[in-house]
Design a protein around this ligand. Structure first.
Ligand code: ADP
Length: 183
């Protein structure tokens, strides 16, 4: 049987930097010959969970399905990088329990940037629409976001560069012996 992998779960507001960091981290882990799978909210919502909307129930179901997949991947030794807003503590804690139930560590990464900063970046033009009321139920504007009270890692993307965030995450993974040291 394979050793389990791990789940690195990026949570944060839209535009906080989850995808940007996960994409760069994936490259670093692949260079170290790890088996890596990245699951990104924007892509998954257009495919696997395209039937779901943004009500509380649908958001929970979205994360429930992703949790099922991430647990399977981690169980089979894959370094699984998950970037979803995943606004609710309870859903993330369920994801943690399921991974841990397969002996796979679950590392919650809080990608932290204020609503104001995310709106200033407005990468996808969504905040403008949310503030104008054109998009309803938008996390951080008209729908709640429950920040992790006790994340394993915090990336403060207003103060750190992407490279600095990656270094922090790699250092954590090495310290926890989830990946081999680089040298
Ligand atoms: P999310 O996946 O959280 O919705 P994205 O990664 O798509 O967010 O977008 C984040 C935006 O913020 C990108 O345009 C990125 O270049 C920018 N950005 C600025 N500083 C950082 C940082 N330190 N870490 C990550 N992204 C950053």
């Amino acid at each position: 049987m394979n050793d389990p992998g791990f789940v690195l779960w990026f949570t944060g507001l839209s535009g906080s930097g989850k995808t940007t960091i996960a994409v760069e981290l994936e490259k670093v882990l692949l260079e170290r010959d790890l088996r890596v799978q990245r699951l990104d909210g924007d892509i998954v919502r257009k495919t696997f969970t395209r039937d779901l909307g943004f009500s509380v129930d649908d958001r929970n179901l979205n994360i429930e399905r992703i949790t099922f997949v991430t647990t399977l991947l981690a169980k089979h030794g894959v370094a699984t990088l998950v970037s979803f807003i995943s606004p609710f503590i309870a859903a993330r804690e369920t994801a943690r329990k399921e991974a841990n139930g397969e002996n796979a560590p679950f590392i919650e990464v809080f990608v932290n940037a204020s609503v104001e900063e995310c709106a200033r970046r407005d990468v996808k033009g969504l905040y403008e629409k949310a503030f104008a009321g054109i998009i309803k139920d938008f996390t951080g504007v008209s729908h709640p976001y429950e920040a992790p009270p006790n994340p394993q890692i915090i990336c403060n993307t207003e103060d750190e560069t992407v490279e600095e965030s990656i270094k922090i995450i790699i250092a954590y993974l090495e310290k926890e012996k989830l990946i081999p040291n680089s040298s």
